[in-house]
Design a protein around this ligand. Structure first.
Ligand code: 5AD
Ligand code: SF4
Length: 440
């Protein structure tokens, strides 16, 4: 037997890319590749890229440039680009960076083993199709190795919403839901391998409408309820959702499904009806606020998270003020905000940009408010007892860290044996991005 070849994977962007990177590493495992955390010893470097904003895509090119010395030191080193930049730019990547041996899109990575054969024979390999077959059905089985206590599971991919700023419908393709039986099977398998918390992933996860075990179409709420029946699975989360797909049974599940955690990422992007319309969001700010009220009625302690874009083409001071008002009304426990980034091929890319200095000032103002709200939500946890799923050792000796129901990172002094356990913790301190507590 020859020594295993080493694979180094770098993941950019969203949680689905994290999930895809794990699957790609498993697929390359069948070709004798073993993962390494040390890029310098790699035989194959795979960049799993993100195209959502210009910065994310440019980062990939600058990282690629930095691989040159490694390639010069080891001419046998193979370099691959996967993910959404691969999908969007395809051949162009090999033109800009001739070092690249392999380009694979998010819907074809089950073909990686065959592509690697070509690459190892000294050829280039490129596959950015949207194939007929389901990649998940063609991926190699994962084996029975232990997994970290919290895992992702992709249940739905792609998007049919076509928000005017967004590349996802082009890079990830049309909305597709995976059959429930497969997902339940995979969830049981994850639990057998030590997983206690599963985050169901999809670009538009609450639009899930997969084939159920009974042959009927199941929505996300039904899938969650069935998953909640799995012994040993203690926590379920899902991300990312669109307000227009937040149906009644899913709202109800937040109130009556004990395993569904009280955290919801529900992006609104803007608080201005004019901008929401220009974004093709198909809801108003009032619709969103009414929806939040209904979800909070079902689950009053829910921690709400969101995404905002500032400086969307045409955004005026009054539009931005409406966003600030909405944020004040909702009160987010956590939120992400981004400067609008024109993406080639999207409808908004044709429209005139807002002045950059204005956008910067707005982003600062919004981020200051969101940080203040996040801090207030954290501070309000002090003195409360939460349940923490411990995932790993903390940065300090003797410390363990995990996540509360509300997805707050929580550190305690405690033994290694806490890993994979859910324990009660009294919160004693709120730090910049985490909480400290003591075991009850
Ligand atoms: N520019 C800036 N932010 C964007 N997002 C998506 N597309 C763009 C873009 N073109 C943000 C949205 C989305 C999150 C994942 O990224 O807020 O919810
Ligand atoms: Fe980035 Fe979207 Fe692709 Fe995720 S799906 S990696 S967020 S472009």
């Amino acid at each position: 037997m020859s020594a295993p070849k080493k694979l180094f994977v770098k993941t950019y962007g969203c949680q689905m890319n994290v999930y895809d990177s794990e699957r790609m590493a498993e697929a390359l495992g069948t070709k004798g590749y073993e993962e390494t955390k040390d890029m310098a010893e790699a035989d194959m470097i795979l960049l799993n890229t993100c195209h959502i904003r210009e910065k994310a895509a440019e980062k990939m090119y600058s990282d690629l440039g930095r691989l040159r010395p490694l390639r010069e030191a080891n001419p046998d080193l193979k370099i691959g680009v996967a993910g959404c930049v691969a999908q969007a730019e395809g051949q162009e990547i090999m033109r800009r960076q001739p070092m690249v041996d392999l380009v694979v899109g998010p819907q074809t990575y089950h073909r990686l083993p065959a592509m690697m054969d070509k690459v190892e024979a000294g050829q280039k390999a490129l596959d950015t199709e949207f194939p007929e077959e389901d990649k998940f059905a063609h991926l190699p089985k994962a084996g029975k190795t232990r997994r970290a206590p919290a895992a992702f599971l992709t249940v739905q991919e792609g998007c049919d919403k076509f928000c005017a700023f967004c590349v996802v419908p082009y890079t990830r393709g049309a909305e597709v839901s995976r059959p429930a039986d497969r997902l339940l099977h995979e969830a049981r398998d994850l639990v057998e391998r030590g997983v206690r918390e599963i985050t169901l992933l999809g670009q538009n996860v609450n639009a899930y409408h997969g084939e159920g075990s009974d042959g009927m179409e199941w929505g996300l709420a039904r899938l969650i309820r069935e998953m909640a029946g799995i012994d040993g699975l203690d926590r379920i989360r899902f991300t990312t959702s669109h307000p227009n797909d937040m149906e009644d049974d899913l709202i109800a599940a937040h109130g009556d499904c004990a395993k569904l955690m009280p955290y919801l990422h529900l992006p609104v992007q803007s608080g201005s009806d004019r901008i929401l319309k220009a974004m093709n969001r198909k809801h108003t700010a009032a619709d969103y606020l009414e929806l939040i009220a209904r979800i909070r009625a079902a689950r009053p302690d829910l921690l709400l998270s969101g995404d905002f874009i500032v400086g969307f083409p045409g955004e005026t001071d009054a539009d931005f003020a409406a966003t600030m008002d909405l944020v004040k009304t909702v009160g987010y426990g956590m939120a992400y905000s981004f400067k609008y980034s024109a993406r080639p091929g999207t409808p908004a890319a044709e429209r005139a940009d807002v002045d950059e200095a204005v956008v910067n000032a707005r982003l600062q103002e919004l981020q200051a408010l969101l940080t203040q709200q996040q801090r207030a939500a954290q501070d309000s946890m002090v003195g409360r007892v939460v349940n923490v799923l411990f995932e790993k050792a903390g940065r300090m000796a003797g410390q363990m860290t995990g996540k509360s129901e509300y997805l707050h990172a929580v550190h305690v002094d405690g033994p290694e044996t806490l890993r994979g356990q859910i324990a009660q913790v009294e919160i004693i301190e709120s730090n910049t991005n985490s909480l400290s507590g003591r075991l009850v």
